[in-house]
Design a protein around this ligand. Structure first.
Ligand code: LLP
Length: 447
């Protein structure tokens, strides 16, 4: 026990540790007991009340990010990519902030509709949309469907009774050098039609021949964690040229250009993120130049950020189960979560920070590897992080920047239910999703 823990009042004379708001939500502070607070709520109290592991979500931070996008793209359309994180409450906040929503399954569509999102503002994606899901989307009146294959053109033509707006997904041949699992702008991958290919020409022709389908524009999605805005400028140049070609060949003027998402966020201090100001500037310049060169009217730009809206709003809480020092090896801090609630480390080699949340760390530090509870040696959350040398079982670790692709990627491996999702805002908490229990798991098992 340190003096500060015995006499918390001594703390008032101490400088608070710095919180890096490129990684943590803006409203992250330390309270008078030295505990980390988010949206005015101490993370340690949340852990006590809701148990661990738990996902915490700062509503204000999500709204702030939505507003930043709308400010930088006042004439564009911002479509939140629901695959990053979707619950009814999140869909509601997004809609209230004036964003549209991209869904990629019947399940996401159902959540969006249950949240009261205007179907006209929903965009449907997917590389293999099942017929029943296309049917549900058309019946619900979704605004746009992004066509990803020739088969889909046939299915949709048979399905729609009113005219349906569609976009065609093209791969513009831009290599953003990302992890192979999330590289989508190049020709040889499963999404869309390669720009300039015979298949693309056939797809365009077939859509234009269907009176029930209204081709309004093109879509592309270049990949994930893109921090260089020039890639988006290049996509604008290539796709506007293709729009001009369509006008020349068929006399049809396409009016929408959807540049997808993939905007990089910083997971750890010092990581590069996509600068929205620069992105807006580069996209504007590319549009000006490409439209002038092709004498083509400016299409409306659509952006589909997912991660950049919600990643930084999320923090995951874990309880330390044990600290294990391997002789001649690493020191492992083993927590009560792991690859089930954060598979991104195992899947993409993602790197995270972990900090102690229930006290102001004083005294010496150690370098440790934060590992999970699951039965795989690869169940690591954060290798080589600095943690207090005196870390004890029962203490709370917080991992920042876990709002995107954590809740939505979680699994129940080893029979462990998925964590709850708790929203915080101005000192109040609101559970959005409850913890999954053994009874939930048993309820699907029909015996
Ligand atoms: N639009 C389309 C068509 C997409 O496929 C995606 C993501 C987005 C927008 C949003 O991308 P964002 O802005 O969130 O990067 N599980 C991976 C990410 C897979 C992204 C798939 N598509 C991860 O955890 O990094």
């Amino acid at each position: 026990m340190t003096l500060l823990e015995i006499f918390p009042s001594l703390r008032s004379g101490m400088p608070s540790p710095r919180v890096d708001t490129t990684v943590w939500p803006c409203e992250t502070h330390y309270d008078e007991l030295g505990r980390i607070t988010l949206g005015g709520v101490a993370l340690a109290d949340l852990a006590d009340q809701y148990g661990t592991p738990a996902y915490v979500l700062d509503e204000t931070e999500i709204r702030r990010r939505c507003r930043a996008y709308r400010k930088h793209f006042p004439e564009g359309e911002i479509v939140y990519a629901a695959k990053a994180l979707l619950t009814k409450a999140v869909a509601g906040w997004i809609a209230e902030e004036g964003l549209s929503l991209d869904v990629c399954s019947g399940g996401e569509l159902a959540v969006a509709l249950a949240a009261g999102v205007d179907p006209a503002r929903i965009v449907l994606h997917g590389s293999g949309k099942p017929f029943a899901e296309l049917e549900a989307a058309v019946a619900a009146g979704v605004g746009r469907i992004v066509i990803d294959s020739l088969t889909e053109i046939t299915l949709l033509s048979a399905l729609v009774s009113r005219r349906q707006q569609v976009l065609l997904r093209l791969s513009p041949g831009i290599d953003v050098h990302g992890h192979p699992a999330v590289k989508t702008g190049v020709a040889d991958q499963k999404f869309g039609f390669p720009l300039g290919s015979a298949q693309t020409a056939e797809a365009i022709e077939r859509v234009l021949r269907q009176p029930a389908l209204e081709l309004v524009g093109f879509h592309c999605h270049l990949g994930s964690q893109i921090h260089d805005p020039d890639f988006y400028g290049e996509a604008v140049r290539r796709l506007v040229a293709e729009m001009a070609r369509v006008r020349a060949e068929y006399g049809t003027v396409l009016t929408q250009l959807d540049l997808g998402g993939g905007h990089a966020v910083a997971y750890r201090s010092g990581d590069a993120e996509l600068n929205l100001y620069e992105l807006a500037d580069i996209v504007e310049d590319a549009l000006d130049a490409a439209c002038a060169r092709n004498r083509f009217p400016r299409p409306r730009i659509t952006l589909e950020p997912g991660r950049a809206i919600v990643a930084r709003a999320g923090v995951t809480l874990y309880r330390v189960m044990t600290v294990k020092r391997i002789e001649g090896g690493r020191t492992f801090v083993i927590v009560d979560g792991g690859m089930n609630d954060n598979p991104r480390v195992a899947l993409y080699g993602a790197r995270y920070d972990a900090v102690v949340a229930n006290r102001h760390p004083t005294g010496p530090f150690m370098t440790a590897t934060v590992a999970g509870r699951y039965c795989e040696a690869g169940d690591i959350l954060a290798p080589d992080v600095r943690l207090p040398a005196g870390l004890r079982p029962g203490e709370i670790l917080a991992v920042p920047c876990t709002g995107a692709y954590h809740h939505s990627l979680a699994s129940t491996y080893n029979g462990v239910g998925r964590p709850p999702l708790i929203a915080v805002r101005e000192g109040h908490t609101r559970p959005l999703v409850r913890r999954e229990t053994p009874a939930d798991l048993l309820s699907r098992d029909l015996g």
